[in-house]
Design a binder for this molecule. Structure first.
Ligand code: UDP
Length: 315
């Protein structure tokens, strides 16, 4: 008997890669998405697959499914700073009401539940690298507050369902991730720098470019998340690649990897932009026997090839 997984946000960047992995590992998958930031292109290849069913729905509405469900993976949410600035109320609603509905589904089906949380819950972190024990430094009323607080609420309601209703829950704190199927215009640094470089346009570094991020390739991330769901670990766990670099270094790497003639230009730093970010993955290494395998140069090759097709089809 195949297990059935429900993936909310199935047409998104991470959701669609997760669906592919679950199907490859013998699950039946029910994908849910309202296409606010997801794209049908990310799941078009699944058309006709008898193990995949798609429901177009906003997960803040009641989720009704007739069939048994074994796993609920809650990935629905705008996730790029540009998206959640444009959609602050939807972001708050999907993180709060949407997580509540997805937990309700897991409770009803006696299914295991995994929340896609985020390194954003650490805010502009004062502890570096970030361990799961760090409580964070978030500006509740700043422009990123809608996302950060929605995800912090999502973690709280997940733990409440765990303690009160004994739902088997998992919480993954996802750090910056990149790969094919990121939306070219989502405003995040990876699609922005790559599309600018491919067009030989100026690469826009925000602020002085001394802020750091640590980028994980999508296949590594999804493998780590799958291991977390299948483990017994119920507290939040960081999954990401600890290889940290400044945005200036990252811009130079993208220009090199694309063979671009672009020059770097500086633009204003957005409010509350975290100055540093790097996961401490001691727990994932120990408990899941997981660590990232794909080096940046390698991951960028596939990602750049993907964006080349997107840039070409747009011009
Ligand atoms: N960034 C940049 N230029 C861009 C887009 C982003 O310098 O065109 C910077 C941004 O200020 C941040 C980092 O890149 O310091 C990562 O931004 P992103 O939007 O990808 O996600 P975040 O990690 O902030 O959630």
């Amino acid at each position: 008997m195949k297990k059935t997984s429900v993936v909310t946000g199935a047409a998104g960047f991470l959701g669609s890669h997760l669906v592919d992995l679950l199907l490859a590992r013998g699950h039946k998958v029910i994908g849910i998405d309202n296409f606010v930031t997801g794209s049908v292109d990310n799941i078009a290849h699944l058309g006709g697959n008898p193990d995949f069913k798609f429901i177009q729905q906003d997960v803040t509405e009641f989720i009704f499914l007739k069939e048994p469900v074994h796993y609920v993976w809650h990935f629905a949410s705008p996730a790029s700073p540009v998206d959640y600035l444009e959609l602050p109320i939807q972001t708050l609603k999907v993180g709060s009401l949407g997580t509540h509905k997805a937990l309700g589904l897991a409770k009803d089906k006696n299914a295991r539940f995994l929340l896609a949380s985020t390194s954003e819950i650490y805010g502009d972190p004062l502890v570096h690298p970030q361990t799961e024990e760090y409580w964070g430094n978030v500006n509740t009323i700043g422009p990123r507050g809608c996302y950060d607080e929605a995800k912090r609420f999502a973690e709280a309601v997940t733990m409440a369902y765990n303690r009160e209703h004994h739902v088997a829950t998992r919480i993954v704190r996802i750090f910056n991730t990149y790969g094919p199927r990121m939306r070219i215009n989502d405003g995040r640094v990876v699609p922005s720098f790559i599309s600018q470089a491919l067009k030989n346009k100026p690469v826009t570094v925000f602020g002085a470019g001394t802020q750091t991020r640590s980028f994980c390739y999508v296949s590594d991330l999804i493998e780590g998340i799958h291991r977390l769901m299948m483990s017994d670990y119920e507290l939040p766990m960081n999954i990401g690649n600890p290889a940290e670099l400044t945005m200036l270094q990252f811009a130079a790497e993208i220009i090199r990897a694309t063979g671009s003639k672009s020059k770097i230009v500086h633009k204003p730093l957005p409010q509350d932009d975290p100055k540093q970010r790097k996961p401490d993955i001691t727990k994932a290494k120990k408990i899941l026997k997981w660590s990232p395998k794909v080096r940046l140069a390698e991951g960028l090759t596939d990602t750049i090839a993907y964006f080349r097709t997107k840039v070409a089809s747009r011009s």
